[in-house]
Design a protein around this ligand. Sequence first.
Ligand SMILES: N[C@@H](CCC(=O)N[C@@H](CS)C(=O)NCC(=O)O)C(=O)O
Length: 269
Amino acid sequence: MVPVLRLITIPISHYCEKARWALERAGMRYREEPHVQGVHRVAARRAGGGSTVPVLVTPDSAIGDSAEILAWVDERATPEQRLYPADPAARREVESLCQRFDERLGPSGRRLMYVHMLAQRRLTLRFNNQGVPPWEDRLLRRGWPLIVRLLSRALEIRPGVEVEDEAMAWGELDFVAGLLSDGRPYLCGERFGAADLTFAALSAPLVVPSVYGVALPQPELLDAPTAALVQRAREHPAGRFALQMVAEHRPLPVAPDGVAPDGPVAASS
Ligand SMILES: N[C@@H](CCC(=O)N[C@@H](CS)C(=O)NCC(=O)O)C(=O)O
């Protein structure tokens, strides 16, 4: 029997969503092991990764980086499901766009949303802790003030940082809108690929899609400034593109235990 893949996550994390999306799109069975912030470091290391999630544990190795997980999935995908072009120059272009989104859009959108969400304790706990072990849920609920301090330190949150993050995130939306302004259907080439998936997944804190590996708080539940931010991102041409990629290419999330009901088992290489 082929062991099922394990995916160590912070369930709300957009880098983890990147990995889930790629696995589910390729029809690979996996079991998600969701953890809260802080505990994720222990879980990631124990699984053989570094200090960040996602970590994908395959029969041969542990992969602790979302871009490398996409490449691993891609090597095992059917030709129609491939995320990277075969041509080396075209592949380099895709990889360079993905790296740009990983380095700029990912961190700025995440911290911007944390600044907004840490002020909404009840809502954050409800959505952040979906599926995590009960003791981790309790840990975050009881230790909330300490958790906020630790998270703020880890993310280098300081007064006014959200203004810089918003400028960076919107700069990335404008950059993508610029690429799309020539009428292209996808960021690179004529079919959906890794750049589209990476951009759409990492836009999640801004556009808050209704299809995601866990439920996300929709604008009607958010406080007015956060809802207005999401609305503005959704109306941006690149935000609309991100939501379109989700609607057209993100399979509906798998069963609650994280195992795709009918997908083929990932083959050991
Ligand atoms: N380059 C990494 C970044 C992943 C990342 O930043 N993950 C976040 C969750 S959104 C994380 O684990 N942060 C906690 C930490 O750095 O301790 C990847 O793409 O996998």
